[in-house]
Design a protein around this ligand. Structure first.
Ligand code: HMG
Ligand code: MG
Length: 304
């Protein structure tokens, strides 16, 4: 029997680091990206071309993209909220970008300072410029299950924004449970709504683990037929505009789950675990991946 292939889009260098208070050295970011690629990740969101006043940690986006050593077969997408960000990203060498909208009006304003409709309007020139250059654009919808300001979000609302992003030309849309409030039941309703308006193979799951539900939500989505998930090594991260939100599902936990289900991710779990342990030590943070902690505990102690 052929193994189902699952794409994993690595969020560590962007979603994972964007909320770190202390500036992370450029060299550390570059090493993280390269270690992830060496572990088999083929799509690594590298940085975001947003305002440094809004997200200071991503202020080195230009230097990072210029210094990045690209491995063949690896995509290094970046976030571009508007045309200014898009041009800066392309000038710095980006060839895959992402636009990001929200399913809730309040989060849209807090995150990108405009309404949902205004954000779609802002994306139109980005889409046109990308099309002209043959650059693929991914879309995100935040707060697909719940919003930190408005509470529960109707699946139909998330599906409507998802469809709008596909209609303007996004190659796929990643469904962001930004504050991790989803459960398999609410995620199932979300996917029912989205898959009724957009083909399944144009959807991805982007589940934050704030309530510890991310692995369960991935499993429910996988059973539903979803085959692309976003994840962050060592579970790094959080959103600056969603107080208390933690990182995405840890990539190590996701890979452990998917390999256990017989899926093919192309990822070397041992090397990934090494990378998660390394970046956690660099940042002085505990490793949030349960699978990584278990696997590290089984390794023989190194005698000095
Ligand atoms: P604004 O203030 O409305 O923008 O911000 P503006 O067009 O009025 O310009 C104001 C100033 O910003 C000007 O500079 C512009 O040059 C500058 P000034 O004249 O004052 O010196 N500016 C920019 N600078 C750099 N790059 C740009 C850019 N655009 C304008 N692209 C803006 C609008 C979108 C820029 C702002 O709100 C912003 O940067 N927001 C950051 C949002 C963000 O990065 N959030 C986190 C990522 S999204 C996320 O984590 C969710 C996700 O993971 C999915 C999920 O979990 O749900 C994707
Ligand atoms: Mg996120």
């Amino acid at each position: 029997m052929t193994q189902p292939k699952v794409r994993i889009v690595e969020m560590g260098p962007r979603d994972g680091l964007q909320n770190e208070k202390q500036p992370v050295p450029l060299a550390t970011k570059l090493e993280l990206i390269d270690r992830l690629a060496a572990a088999g990740l083929r799509e690594i969101e590298a940085t975001s071309f947003v305002s440094p006043k809004w997200v200071p940690q991503m202020a080195d986006h230009d230097a990072l993209m210029r210094a990045l050593i690209r491995r063949p077969g690896v995509r290094y997408p970046v976030l571009t909220p508007n045309l200014q960000g898009f041009h800066a990203a392309i000038d710095a060498g980006a060839d895959h970008v992402a636009v990001f909208a929200a399913a809730s009006e309040a989060f849209s304003r807090k995150n990108i300072n405009c309404s949902i409709s205004e954000s779609i309007e802002r994306f139109l020139p980005v889409m046109a410029a990308a099309r002209e250059r043959g650059v693929a654009v991914r879309g995100y919808v935040s707060c697909v299950v719940g919003c930190p300001y408005e509470g529960p979000v109707a699946p139909a609302q998330a599906a409507e924004v998802t469809q709008r992003l596909i209609d303007i030309g996004c190659e796929e849309v990643s469904l962001g449970d930004t504050i991790g409030v989803g459960t398999p039941a609410t995620v199932q309703r979300l996917l029912d709504a989205c898959a009724s308006v957009v083909p399944m193979d144009k959807l991805a799951g982007h589940y934050h683990d704030t309530y510890g539900m991310a692995v369960a939500n991935v499993y429910a989505s996988y059973r539903f037929g979803l085959r692309c998930f976003d994840a962050s090594v060592a579970g790094l991260g959080g959103c600056p505009y969603a107080k208390g939100a933690t990182g995405n599902v840890a990539t190590e936990d996701l890979v452990y789950l998917l390999h256990g289900l017989g899926a093919d991710t192309g990822i070397d779990l041992d090397r990934l675990v090494d990378t998660g342990a390394w970046i956690s030590a660099e940042l002085g943070r505990p490793n949030s991946s349960r699978a990584a902690r278990a696997l590290l505990a089984q390794r023989p102690a190194v005698t000095p």
